[in-house]
Write a new protein. Structure first.
Length: 330
């Protein structure tokens, strides 16, 4: 893989989007749904692809309708996204292969050969050779750590999308439009416009930083596990040597540091006032689980009870930092 430069290293990944959902609220389509507390089920799947230097490819959207009514007045080929469909709005092997073929044709047209990093999902073909695209699959159970799109790129996109959605909601509801009327007004074409706007808002520096973060995670994991299948920074012979040196020094520093008890009153007071949400506590516990799986596999079960406790509490209330520490000590 050493022959690829940074501009030719890509990562792709799918994510689901409830396109009528703003923050934690989903607006009901009917009065009956609103009364019963049911959520709107307007969901699509989006495939994103980005390069190490921040280049973004046109998103692929998978909906439930072959020809959505709202698209009839538009030429689908001119949309800012590529549109596909199946009855569940899920990614399938056929759709993914078609996307790969089109991408390979594009790269061949521009005389480029790229490396595409992707996870081991069943919908991603394992033996699919192409002239201008080489597929590289992440090792099992590592995508959350070393897949660039999972390091914040998709989250930033969804934040921008929710901002577009929230702006529309605030404007329309302030003009005496009911939630039911708003839901009928918003169609998939409008969602496509917001998706395009949100994707354009994701900065190339954000993408590059997420690639750097994933490479750092891969390198640290390789040091801990001696796993030759991890990227190990062999993607590119032009990688900055100073970056590698800094990562090694950072890893050594983290290994040498010991956890020290908090003794002074001022630090304890600051800790007491620190609020940690249930979600943040849960994410912290999941990171501990990954650490245990890598370094202390025979003791991984000890963290599972903690994760279950936090998962049961995270929807009920917010936790103070001291409460979280007490839960860990039990």
């Amino acid at each position: 893989m050493k022959e690829y430069e940074r501009k030719d290293v890509y990562n792709c990944d799918e994510t689901g989007l409830m396109w009528k959902c703003s923050s934690s609220r989903t607006y009901s389509i009917s009065k009956e749904d609103k009364a019963s507390g049911k959520f709107s089920k307007d969901r699509i799947t989006i495939l994103f692809a980005v390069s190490m230097l921040g280049e973004k490819l046109k998103p692929l959207i998978i909906g439930k309708s072959k020809k959505p009514h709202c698209f009839k007045r538009f030429n689908i080929e001119t949309l800012p996204v590529t549109y596909q469909w199946n009855k569940n709005s899920w990614m399938t092997l056929t759709i993914f292969q078609d996307w790969l073929k089109n991408l390979n044709t594009t790269m061949k047209t521009f005389g480029r050969k790229i490396l595409l990093l992707l996870d081991n999902a069943p919908i991603h073909p394992k033996d699919f050779e192409m002239s201008n695209i080489e597929l590289f699959y992440f090792p099992p159970n590592t995508t959350s750590l070393i897949q660039p799109l999972d390091q914040g790129i998709i989250k930033v996109f969804k934040d921008y999308y929710k901002k577009c959605l929230s702006t529309s909601i605030s404007f329309d509801l302030s003009n005496n439009l009911t939630q039911e009327e708003w839901c009928k007004k918003i169609d998939l074409y409008q969602a496509v416009v917001w998706i395009s706007k949100a994707w354009d808002s994701v900065k190339s520096t954000t993408i590059s930083n997420c690639f750097s973060k994933s490479l750092e995670n891969a390198y640290v994991r390789a040091l801990n596990t001696e796993d030759d299948d991890i990227l190990c920074f062999e993607i590119n012979t032009n990688l900055d040597e100073k970056l590698l040196f800094d990562l090694v020094e950072k890893h050594k520093k983290e290994d040498s540091e010991e956890l020290k008890p908090i003794e002074d009153d001022e630090s304890l007071a600051k800790l007491e006032d620190t609020i940690v949400t249930g979600y943040e506590a849960y994410q912290c516990a999941k990171q501990l689980e990954i650490y245990f799986q890598i370094n202390l596999p025979d003791k991984t079960h000890k963290i599972w009870d903690l994760i279950e406790d936090i998962q049961g509490e995270k929807e009920a209330r917010q936790l103070k930092m001291t409460d979280f520490i007490v839960m860990q000590r039990k």
